[in-house]
Design a protein around this ligand. Structure first.
Ligand SMILES: [Zn+2]
Length: 212
């Protein structure tokens, strides 16, 4: 139930946080897939292959430390036409961190990613989806859009199966939805298969998959 609850709850939030993106205005069957926590050698390439098979573009929110470890993967994502954003340097919980440290995390992740892709970073996803007023202000000042979601299939939860992930997305998707998936060790064994199933099911009924 957790994931359904999460998806339904976030639909009330945009009116309180107009600076944050929860959902893209869209009339057509357009889904925005976002993938957090990479790049990882075990999963990111697999997801990119599946996306390519369906002509799908996505947005990857990358952890600075992982960018340092796998800059080649980052360049591959960029040249495949995906959008890249930063997801902090070491994935801390902003609700438990002094704000100066969180700003340093975002500055460092941005600088590292910009050095690898040679263009400005324009998108930010807070680790665990936990944002603060200081982070919102930082994003505005640094011309990065803080991106949340309206679809959270909770692929990172041990009790959520590959079938649960795809069912959740296919059941709740609406035009302009932003869905969160991951490419971290918790999901290596299920998210690629779930993504394949979502792309196959939804593309058969006219959905397109866009990068932010
Ligand atoms: Zn994350």
């Amino acid at each position: 139930m957790f994931n359904i609850f999460a998806t339904q709850t976030v639909r009330f939030l945009p009116r309180f946080y107009p600076d944050i993106l929860w959902h893209k205005p869209a009339q057509e069957k357009e889904l925005y897939i976002t993938i957090d926590d990479g790049p990882t050698t075990q999963c990111t390439g697999k997801l990119a292959e599946i996306l390519e098979k369906f002509g799908a573009k996505a947005t990857f929110f990358l952890i600075g430390q992982n960018v340092v470890a796998e800059p080649g993967l980052v360049r591959e994502l960029k040249s495949a036409g995906h959008t890249l954003g930063q997801h902090s340097h070491s994935h801390p919980n902003a609700w438990q961190l002094p704000k100066e440290q969180m700003m340093a995390e975002m500055n460092k992740a941005t600088q590292i990613l910009e050095e690898v892709v040679d263009e400005p970073v324009r998108w930010m996803r807070p680790p665990y989806g936990r944002f603060t007023p200081a982070m919102r202000k930082w994003c505005i000042e640094n011309e990065q859009k803080l991106v949340m979601w309206d679809l959270l299939p909770a692929d990172y939860m041990a009790t959520v199966s590959e079938k649960d992930i795809s069912r959740h997305i296919c059941q709740f998707v609406r035009p302009g939805s932003i869905v969160v998936l991951h490419d971290n060790p918790k999901v290596f064994h299920k998210t690629p298969e779930a993504l394949y199933s979502v792309l196959a099911t939804l593309s058969a009924v006219g959905w397109q998959f866009r990068a932010l």
